[in-house]
Design a protein around this ligand. Structure first.
Ligand code: ADP
Length: 201
């Protein structure tokens, strides 16, 4: 039976660093953010729904979704966030699960990179969860550097998610990404080896 492994973490905790390595090793990874982008692209299942709800003001000149504008608007307004969520969540869920089920036909292991796995309640859809963890100071530092944010903006982004400390208490496996990337990937290699040897189901 296929082993479905959810990869999660927090913003800038190192999920992409881990999933890039998993892909290099030949494992299939469903990237929830990329799937959402596809659905929101012109012609995607969410595009028309969003334009109908929010009007053409959320589009760029070329007709594509102004994701930065929408992101800022929902970040500042919790009612809008709830409305967006009620419009999108079910469609996103169906798409992610359909892709999982297709891959299940052919693969022994399928990874699903879902940043908001706990917040959006996907833990029942995977067999186990691997959390990419860093301490909060590192997370803020990497987020500020990667996204060019002030420390206040970085704090605000973190405040919109469950903390990594809370997620740590829920995950089956914790991958500590507080050190060098090589040390993180060594942990992932060990987990993959254990899985192959049948020591990790
Ligand atoms: P996520 O996908 O969880 O948002 P990323 O994998 O993009 O996180 O990592 C966030 C940032 O931190 C990136 O700029 C990445 O290059 C950097 N980074 C990730 N892991 C480490 C590490 N162990 N040491 C130093 N920088 C790291």
């Amino acid at each position: 039976m296929t082993n479905i492994i959810g990869i999660t973490g927090g913003i800038a905790s190192g999920k992409s660093t881990v999933t890039a390595f998993l892909r290099e090793q030949g494992y299939p990874v469903i990237d929830a953010d990329a799937v959402v982008h596809e659905l929101q692209a012109k012609g995607g299942k969410l595009y028309q729904i969003l334009v109908a709800e929010f009007g053409e003001g959320i589009l760029l000149k070329d007709g594509t979704l102004d994701r930065a504008k929408l992101g800022q608007a929902v970040f500042a307004d919790s009612d809008l966030r709830a409305r967006l969520s009620s419009l999108q969540d079910q469609i996103i869920r169906e798409e992610l699960l359909a892709r999982r089920d297709v891959l299940k036909q052919a693969e022994e292991v399928v990874f699903m990179d879902i940043p908001l796995l706990y917040e959006a309640d996907y833990s029942g859809e995977v067999d186990q969860v691997w959390l990419v963890y860093v301490d909060k100071a590192q997370q803020l530092d990497r987020l500020m550097k990667r996204n060019g944010l002030s420390s206040q903006d970085a704090e605000n982004r973190l405040a919109a998610q469950l903390s990594l400390e809370e997620k740590r208490g829920l995950a089956d496996v914790v991958i500590d990404n507080s050190g060098a990337v090589e040390a993180t990937l060594a942990q992932v290699e060990r987990l993959l080896r254990e899985m192959k040897d049948g020591r990790r189901q």
